[in-house]
Design a binder for this molecule. Structure first.
Ligand SMILES: [Zn+2]
Length: 114
């Protein structure tokens, strides 16, 4: 699997996690609206407030990760196109055929990895 595919897969997983967390938050907000919200005197209100803050922080983390993955994906075509053997361009044709490759045709022929 190529770096880009890995990035795309992780991005999809992160998007799914954000959606799941958003649903969790909605569920917490829905339960909170069903009770008298008094954080100081209602034990359940405290718990819901804590859970909501926890989900909010998880959501913020997942959104930050999504931004990092998007940035990496934006860099990926360039970074993937440089040969690790000689530092030269790998070539688009080879990259399309073998997106996971890290070396150009010349280096591959000389027996470098992949
Ligand atoms: Zn090379």
């Amino acid at each position: 699997m190529g770096l880009r595919e890995v990035l795309v897969e992780r991005r999809a997983a992160t998007v799914a996690r954000i959606e799941a967390l958003a649903r969790d938050r909605e569920g917490i907000v829905a339960s909170a609206s069903g009770v008298a919200v008094d954080d100081e005197h209602d034990p359940e209100g405290v718990t819901l407030g804590f859970e909501r803050a926890h989900v909010e922080s998880l959501l913020a983390g997942a959104r930050a990760r999504l931004a990092e993955l998007d940035a990496a994906l934006a860099r990926a075509p360039h970074d993937l196109g440089t040969c690790e053997g000689c530092g030269g361009p790998i070539g688009e044709e080879r990259l399309m055929a073998r997106p996971e490759t890290r070396v150009c045709v010349g280096c591959a022929a000389r027996g470098s990895t992949r």
